[in-house]
Design a protein around this ligand. Structure first.
Ligand SMILES: C[S@@+](CC[C@H](N)C(=O)[O-])C[C@H]1O[C@@H](n2cnc3c(N)ncnc32)[C@H](O)[C@@H]1O
Length: 214
């Protein structure tokens, strides 16, 4: 599905989130706080928009994705980055390989959440960090109502103008509705073996950043 949207994916994201995606990505870089020389895996990296921001800190970043289309566009746009093909369920990396792992708007697309979280932990060094950015449950009731009753139903319509493959955005709203809230995702992380799990709401909880230690 992501192969078909790869070329216009980043621009569509920015249009459909009214530019908020940029502030969410900056918040991820702050939460990871990568140090020069550290090795960071940006999993489900898409075309590598966040990988580039992470790499600007001086860390070495490996963007990894399962979609051939995303990898192709990423390699064209950022030839210096080491894009790697890989499935989050069976990563092509050694145990304890990374100081930190990020996954932005990717975990929701993987059927076995706990399985993927356990596999990510395998490739993260002891005490290494995981930062997840995902759509979540808005905290204030009024924002939650407006988000579920107005914003989400509108997304597929906006996508008809902004996106090359609007069907992918029908799936987006369905998957956001089905996704666990902040508390439940934290429980799944603990189930997968992660420690010191905490989260931070962004944009009133429309997006949540979950952070943990291996
Ligand atoms: C919504 S995009 C997010 C891309 C990027 N992280 C961003 O923030 O723009 C989700 C990405 O997850 C990737 N993906 C889905 N299932 C995957 C899996 N099992 N392993 C690795 N990547 C996967 C898709 O190919 C797609 O590029």
């Amino acid at each position: 599905m992501f192969d078909g949207v790869a070329a216009g994916y980043d621009l569509t994201n920015t249009v459909m989130t009214a530019g908020l995606d940029r502030s969410w990505r900056r918040a991820v870089v702050e939460a990871v706080d990568p140090q020069p020389g550290q090795l960071v895996l940006d999993l489900a990296a898409g075309t590598g928009v966040s990988s580039v921001e992470l790499a600007a800190t001086g860390a070495t970043v490996v963007p990894c994705d399962i979609s051939v289309g995303m990898l192709q566009v990423g390699r064209q746009r950022h030839p210096g980055m080491g894009f790697t093909a890989g499935n989050a369920m069976a990563l092509p990396f050694a145990d304890d390989a990374f100081d930190a792992v990020t996954i932005l708007f990717g975990l929701r697309n993987i059927a076995d959440t706990v399985g993927a979280l356990a596999e990510i932990r395998r490739v993260t060094r002891p005490r290494g960090r995981l930062v997840i950015a995902e759509f979540s449950r808005p905290a204030p009731p009024l924002v939650r109502f407006a988000y579920h009753e107005v914003v989400l139903p509108l997304l597929p319509r906006v996508a008809r103008f902004a996106a090359s493959n609007p069907e992918a955005y029908e799936y987006l709203t369905e998957s956001i509705r089905a996704w666990p809230d902040q508390h439940r995702l934290a429980e799944l992380m603990i189930e997968a073996g992660w420690n010191v799990v905490e989260w931070l709401n962004l944009s009133r909880g429309i997006v949540a950043l979950h952070r943990a230690r291996a």
